[in-house]
Design a binder for this molecule. Sequence first.
Ligand code: ATP
Length: 251
Amino acid sequence: MIELSGLTKKYGNFTAVDGIDLKVPRGELFGFLGPNGAGKTTTLRMIAGILKPTAGSVRIAGIDLAADPIAAKAQLGFIPDRPFIYEKLTGTEFLRFVAGLFGQAGPDVEHRARELMALFDLEEWRDELVESYSHGMRQKLIISSAFVHRPAVIVVDEPHVGLDPKSIKILRDLFKEYTRRGHTIMMSTHTLEAAESLCDRIAIIHAGRIAACGTMDELQAGAAEGRGLEEIFLRLTGQRAARDLMDVLDA
Ligand code: ATP
């Protein structure tokens, strides 16, 4: 469903994403982990077609993004880490607007918009301007907007940020059910517990390259001593322990 071949992004001499090859099949909930600056957002923005790769290709549902961007993007819902949202629309108008971008309108869209807003406890706010929404409410509206046109693939950058525990539970159930029904979700997250409990497969990216990729069992089998995802993550990404710093600080 998502196919990356040699995907590369350079900023000047700096290589942010370094030749990533990856296949995420239909119906998979795929986790994309990595330390700050590893290249997760850059990769997801290239998949979403809002950042041009320096080299390599992206295929969505078999369609080459560079060759036919409109057809490829029609299959896609994107939840960015720093979303732009029109403040002067109501929640319902925003969802209607997004569905309209994908050529969808009418009773089905209205129904889905209502149901998504109800799911995220936004019902009472649906006719209020987005400018009056809290951070978490905006995040829930953005998440709803990625589902409203029922895309085959959803790409989501850090979905948990700003959500309360109840909303996180709803989000997880929604992601699980959506993939169970044959859609595909690729999600970056810093919440290792979410990746471990939710994702069918996980890739750990470090310095623009995939350091490991597989199911939790496969990642554990490939790790000499590490058992939990946190240990595997820390070892693969070479994180230093705070106690080393204490030596430097002489504290
Ligand atoms: P985080 O977990 O902190 O969000 P990330 O894995 O999403 O990190 P990216 O945002 O993809 O990381 O950034 C990867 C690297 O590319 C970083 O070193 C970043 O500084 C660099 N980078 C990103 N955007 C630009 C840009 N527009 N110009 C120059 N360098 C950039």
